[in-house]
Design a protein around this ligand. Structure first.
Ligand code: AMP
Length: 339
């Protein structure tokens, strides 16, 4: 298992976030912070995965608005367009084209085994579309187009990255070396999973139902403080990390540790004996302070729509160049006539 600590400098990184729901503190701590750090040592391709978003029901105007918002928040969270290629997935047509080709090199049985497909189709039985089933081959195309070595993801996406690797290996063996074999990149020490503030045994997610349990990146300071004030703790009054018996307090310590740069042990020591009200206040303020510069940059970016669109056009152009190289090779090898 490769972690962000032992990733080899210079190797290509690809990652994407799907613009469904609004970006959360969980996305920031669990994904964006790591993605930003990786831009220091790696060529990075970072995508707003709007084609993947079509697998669930969307209001078209909302999807458009969110795609732009996600791009602005990527940049505001530290994914600098000077160091990373930032673009919208549908702006690089090769994603959909390679996905089709890869569909023909992926077995039905392989796709059927994907747990995300099983989970999502059980949760939304009214819309089990073919796109949802083919999600992993589009994701394989995303990764393989850029010859990515590393894909920073949560554990939930590991199975999809492994399928991308299997399909790439099959293609390379059948024709000749075409794709770099990608591997997952996990945050060091297993990474910080952030839980809901109101149900601290469940993930803080962007499409979870309880808004009070989720801190969104664009929440006002007032909303952030209110959410932390209401955060569920326990009745023993002791500030100590114990995920099994004290999930609420442990979650607050994890958030504080991730944003303050202190280890969980240091956070425990700094806050020991403070009382839960003070703990919630401290963590709330720490989160509000971390979100402030992100929100300020976001506001500047979103106010200059032309500037933001220029960044995304340039990103798409750079990405298309790399993607076209890979797709042309694939089309040639599989026997599509080129004039
Ligand atoms: P999702 O929002 O589930 O599509 O996930 C997008 C990315 O954010 C993935 O890399 C997840 O692992 C990460 N992520 C989402 N929610 C959390 C969370 N509550 N804690 C940590 N990482 C998260």
């Amino acid at each position: 298992m490769t972690t962000t600590n032992d990733a080899q400098a210079g190797k290509v990184v690809y990652s994407a976030l799907k613009p469904t729901g609004e970006l959360t503190l969980g996305n920031y701590i669990g994904a964006l912070k790591t993605m930003a750090a990786l831009t220091q040592r790696h060529p990075c391709y970072y995508t707003v995965a709007d084609l993947h978003a079509l697998t669930v029901d969307n209001v078209p105007a909302e999807l458009r608005r969110r795609s732009l918002d996600f791009a602005a928040l990527f940049i505001a969270a530290g994914l600098s367009p000077d160091r990373a290629t930032i673009f919208i997935q549908s702006h690089v047509r090769q994603h959909a084209e390679l996905a089709w080709a890869l569909n023909c090199y992926t077995q039905f049985g392989e796709a059927r085994r994907m747990t995300q497909f099983k989970d999502k189709s059980a949760k939304a039985p009214q819309n089990v579309n073919v796109g949802l089933f083919a999600y992993p081959t589009l994701m394989a195309a995303d990764i393989l187009l850029y010859q990515a070595d590393y894909v920073p993801v949560g554990k939930d996406q590991q199975q999809h990255v492994e399928l991308a690797r299997t399909v790439a290996e099959r293609f390379n063996n059948r024709y000749s070396p075409t794709f770099t074999l990608p591997e997952c990149l996990f945050p060091k020490e297993g990474g910080a999973k952030i839980y809901s503030l109101t149900e601290p045994t469940g993930k803080m997610g962007k499409t979870e139902s309880d808004e009070n349990g989720t801190v969104f990146l664009l929440d006002t300071e007032d909303a952030v403080m209110k959410k932390f004030k209401r955060a569920v703790t326990d009745s023993d009054g002791e500030i100590r990390f114990d995920r099994a018996n004290k999930p609420g307090v442990s979650n607050l310590l994890t958030i504080y540790s991730a944003l303050s740069g202190k280890t969980v042990g240091e956070a425990e020591a700094a806050l020991a004996g403070a009382g839960y009200a003070a703990l919630k206040e401290t963590v709330g303020q720490c989160v509000a302070a971390a979100l402030r510069p992100i929100q300020d940059t976001y506001k500047t970016l979103i106010a200059d729509k032309t500037g933001l669109e220029t960044i995304l056009k340039e990103g798409a152009q750079k990405a298309s160049y790399a993607a076209a190289k890979t797709l042309n090779k694939v089309y040639k090898k599989v026997g599509l006539l080129q004039l």
